[in-house]
Design a protein around this ligand. Sequence first.
Ligand SMILES: [Zn+2]
Length: 324
Amino acid sequence: MSTVDTVNGPVALEAIGRTLTHEHIFTKNPEIEEGWPDPEWEGEDAMVAKAVDTLDELKTLGIETIIDLTVPGLGRSIPRIQRVAAATAVNIVVATGYYTFNALPTFFQTHGPGLMVDMDDPMPAMFIRDLTTGIGDTGVKAVMIKVATDEPGLTPGVERVMGAAATAHLETGATITTHTHAREFRGRDQQEFFRSRGVPLEHVLIGHSGDSTDLDYLRELMDNGSTLGMDRFGMVSMRSDSERVDTVVRLVELGYAEKLTLSHDAGVFSINTPPSFRRRESPDWNHAHISRDILPQLRERGVSDADIDQMMITNAARILVGAR
Ligand SMILES: [Zn+2]
């Protein structure tokens, strides 16, 4: 029987159910927050309780699993996520990787071949350990590998993360899932890079693709094998929901339901875009938005329940299994 490693342990693949494939719970910066606490972080217990309420509500809306792509660089803390997972029936799946658009922390600039602490690049082994042994001493295994390329493109720091991701994929089979700057067509750069490293593009999910409405670009990425993340519903600063819905409807009409996943890239707390900012700028940007508001619009536009299950259940299960 095939299983998926959730924060609470292995779950049968058949029980993974309707899944949000690119989300966050807590995006933090411990170093900044230790020195300069964010007044909107209401404390450990209150924020954990808030996350549990959020996920419990999702469960009533039919969501069984969320993939939390908060990797190092975004303040990943697995013990905190374990507290949430212990108190909700929604499965939480976590990721390894590193989130940067450009430079890496000094540790990576001093450790590696030809660097001050001359050694093999430690990064691939770090990712592989997360995927196979577990993260830190938590025993929680990462399931996905996350990388990011934004406007600056394949900077040396980003390229090093992507190289480590490729190595970790080839070793473990875990799916690589990405942040892209879709308007700069960064999905193309990612595919080109991973192809050159021998990663089958079927195992690369190009995230934030819903920020683009360029059907030729999106179809090219899918025709090359990748699954797309239509994963920022409610994030109106990048693209309106009506345009996002439109793109999904048109791609489903063109027969691409097998290559699409739906999600929000939302969070319970983010120090980068704090709750008050989100309430003001993008009030619908929350984890319940697809279930409540977007699925009815998709159905009204002719997307069938079978298509929705394909995108939210079958495709999600496929990316969770990867090449394992
Ligand atoms: Zn994200």
